[in-house]
Design a protein around this ligand. Structure first.
Ligand SMILES: [Zn+2]
Ligand SMILES: [Zn+2]
Length: 127
C-alpha cells in the first residue's frame, strides 16, 4: 500500500518545484578588467549551439538581444593559453591567435607571432 503512495508523491512534486530554486548561478570574472557576469555554459561543445563548435573552452551566455532558445550565444571569455587566467573577449583584455592569450601574455610572447599579428598587437595598449 504505502509503496504506491510514495511513488505518486515523487512524480507529482519534484519536477516543477525544483526548477525555480535550483538555478545554479555561476559567474565569469575577467582577471584584467574585472568584468563580472553570469555565464550559462563553459566548455567546447554547448548542447544548445548546433551551428558551430568552439575551438577552446569558452564561457558563454545567451545573447540578451535576441529571443531565447535560438542557439545564439555570446562569448564572454576564455582562459589564457599561457597563464590560465580568465579573460574576457574585450580587445584590451584578450587576444586570439590559435588560442586565447590574455593581453599581458600576448605582449610578452610577441616573438612567437607572425608579423601581421605583431602589428595588430602593437596597436593594443595596456591600460
Ligand atoms: Zn576583461
Ligand atoms: Zn596570460
Amino acid at each position: 500500500m504505502s509503496y504506491f503512495i510514495n511513488e505518486e508523491s515523487i512524480k507529482t512534486e519534484k519536477p516543477e518545484k525544483k526548477r525555480e530554486n535550483e538555478v545554479d548561478i555561476k559567474y565569469f570574472h575577467c582577471a584584467l578588467c574585472g568584468l563580472h557576469e553570469k555565464f550559462e555554459y563553459f566548455g567546447v561543445d554547448p548542447p544548445f549551439v548546433k551551428k558551430y563548435k568552439l575551438l577552446e573552452d569558452t564561457y558563454l551566455v545567451e545573447d540578451p538581444f535576441l529571443p531565447p532558445k535560438q542557439g545564439e550565444m555570446l562569448q564572454l571569455g576564455a582562459h589564457c593559453t599561457k597563464c590560465k587566467k580568465c579573460v574576457c573577449k574585450d580587445p584590451s583584455c584578450s587576444f586570439y591567435y590559435e588560442g586565447t592569450y590574455c593581453i599581458i601574455c600576448a605582449k610578452e610572447n610577441m616573438k612567437m607571432f607572425p608579423d601581421v599579428v605583431k602589428d595588430k598587437l602593437n596597436k593594443i595598449m595596456i591600460n
